[in-house]
Design a protein around this ligand. Sequence first.
Ligand SMILES: *Cc1c(COP(=O)(O)O)cnc(C)c1O
Length: 433
Amino acid sequence: MNYYSTNKQAPEATLEEAVVKGLAADKGLFMPRTIKPLPQEFYDRIETLSFQEIAYRVADAFFGEDVPAETLKQIVYDTLSFDVPLVPVDPSIYSLELFHGPTLAFKDVGGRFMARLLGYFIKKEGKKQVNVLVATSGDTGSAVANGFLGVEGIHVYVLYPKGKVSEIQEKQFTTLGRNITALEVDGTFDDCQALVKAAFMDKELNVHMQLTSANSINVARFLPQAFYYFYAYAQLKRAGKADNMVVCVPSGNFGNITAGLFGKRMGLPIRRFIAANNRNDIFYQYLKTGVYSPRSSVATIANAMDVGDPSNFARVLDLYGGSHDAIAAEISGTTYTNEQIAETMRETWQSCHYLLDPHGACGYRALKEGLKAGEVGVFLETAHPAKFRDTVEEIIGETVEIPAKLKAFMQGEKQSLSMSKDFADFKRYLLTV
Ligand SMILES: *Cc1c(COP(=O)(O)O)cnc(C)c1O
């Protein structure tokens, strides 16, 4: 299947080109030419299928024309080596726990899938090494680094701001070694992002080495996120509660929710979506006013959602033909302050004994406030609360148990290279590797 650019000024690309390039030549985002609905027979018996079986059917609709069936099945089954359980928090609200993967956040799904798909293309083409550059403020770096660990033909460079990433997060991408290099930049997250962007623009560097990105702009990271919306529906159907399903997604760059919107286009019976924002409420304001005005992000306790210009907004707009009315008919929005997020975490812990992380708390609260009679809500619990231990412990006033997987990372030895925020230094370094 071909992929077109949301800016419509670049030629269509094959899946392979879209995955290797990340962004279209006109700086638009790639969109699949068609979104194939899945047959009624699939939805009729979805509750009898496993997560991997469901995901393979969805993957086949997107990638089946470009990847041999056995290979695609292997990629899907390897990616989903962990469960995504749907857990009731109260009678009408369920948490879709996306934190049971290796780095305890939903980005594991896309990170693992993209690594395997890119690895397949490199092997098939006998391509020379591909280098993935990724700037991170925390979760993305760990999911991408762990997803790509040991994949032949790929080297990953993780750029992160020195002293601005929690120790738990830092250990998840600095202790791996092998084909993963951590670069500790003396600057902010924005400086890291600027270095990555400058590298993609630099002609000499691109002649020297094949560079690509692994953020949610990449179709191979973004589309697989649709898998678990289907699995959430299957689990709700098993419980006999799937007739009026509402899905709420704590959103930053809007990759996660956009994958869910694709699912709905494929016939998944989701009644409507809610995009939960923290104070970075650009999308919420767009819904209210019809005007999209990006602005600088502000820091919040749900920091993975601190985005001032959500990159996947272009995909949402394209999916609905640019119509604000059409978007607002299927998606509503909410916005919460740090105090509201903390209050929700505290109250849900006290009354339901369910521990939310700051991102999931936005999702839960939006459903609590916004569900109508007869609706059942599912929110995406995007990360394990222990990843934000200091914040969570301060809010609930109790210690948080650290899962064994996280503890194992803590025992590793940090290995990183110091880097200034000066592009000339970064370039000099890359030219020598
Ligand atoms: C990345 C992230 C988000 C935001 O997801 P988007 O796809 O960027 O909207 C929300 N919560 C957590 C924990 C994340 O890591």
